[in-house]
Design a protein around this ligand. Sequence first.
Ligand SMILES: Nc1nc2c(ncn2[C@@H]2O[C@H](COP(=O)(O)OP(=O)(O)OP(=O)(O)O)[C@@H](O)[C@H]2O)c(=O)[nH]1
Ligand SMILES: [Mg+2]
Length: 335
Amino acid sequence: MPALNELTDMMTEDHTDPADTTQNAATDIDGVTDADSRPTHSGFVAMIGATNAGKSTLVNRLVGAKVSIVSHKVQTTRAIVRGIAIHDRAQIVFMDTPGIFKPRRRLDRAMVTTAWGGAKDADFIMLLIDSERGLKGDAQMILEGLKEVHQPKILVLNKIDQVSREDLLQLASAANEVVSFERTFMISALTGSGCDDVMDYLADALPEGPWYYPEDQISDLPMRQLAAEITREKLFLRLHQELPYSSHVETESWEEKKDGSVRIEQVIYVERDSQKKIALGRNGEAIKAISMASRKELSGILDQPVHLFLFVKVRENWGDDPERFREMGLEFPRG
Ligand SMILES: Nc1nc2c(ncn2[C@@H]2O[C@H](COP(=O)(O)OP(=O)(O)OP(=O)(O)O)[C@@H](O)[C@H]2O)c(=O)[nH]1
Ligand SMILES: [Mg+2]
């Protein structure tokens, strides 16, 4: 366990090392710059934590683009999304996982199993804790579960913009008493504070080896699926109570037009007729607002005009339908 003064050192603000500007290029006698001859590193880092800890926000921050949707509500992420970042000579594949919590529904169980499964597949585990919540709620349970996981682990305390230094130090020591972490970082995924230190550490700590993905790939999510996720995000932001949890979005068609625009049709599945009414809203206000927000973001991501058509359909018990789980990239839990 790191000593408390080491933890205090880790709390210093972001710093960059101005001396190290030549690390990507080796210069020969003639002053000609050769390609870097140092070995490449690569590996998978599973981001796990309680729901709402900020995992998806951090993955997007580290990748430098939106690959995973974010909302202030719990249980936003449902399946593993891989976000790919390059830092120095390393390609770091972050596995954003659904938050771990005490599952009730079948979908909950699939999400939690997926999250732990993601941890088992990774080279490194990053436990993200919302510093404001500390070890209250599910974080303590996850720490206990991590004792059984054998890969190297790092602790990342997030949302430091919201808490005092003293609380952070206490939290860091309490968590390190349960699990022996290689390192502890204190960051804000929202502001970016401390994130460079995490990247420097991982780039060095991941095993040497060739990169897994082409250099310009930032996610493994097909565009159709990302588009469905973007709409689901807007739905999470706009609708409340059980509705976000009872709904699910699929992209049904994707048609590139001659004029350079794209026509996308998506279906929002809900479980009951009463939910359909809420999803549509009075005079279709809710669906219009969701559609507008999603279309705007999609045309930004795709860099082309988007015509988005949303349909709301009732599909009773979609939460017990294996086909829907497959569509979401989740294992269907039997029984
Ligand atoms: N103040 C503050 N808020 C943050 C920070 N990081 C994330 N958040 C907020 O925390 C909320 C949850 O963020 P997500 O990234 O969706 O959290 P998650 O861990 O992926 O949640 P699930 O997918 O539901 O498990 C959002 O409202 C974020 O804006 C941070 O560093 N500081
Ligand atoms: Mg998430």
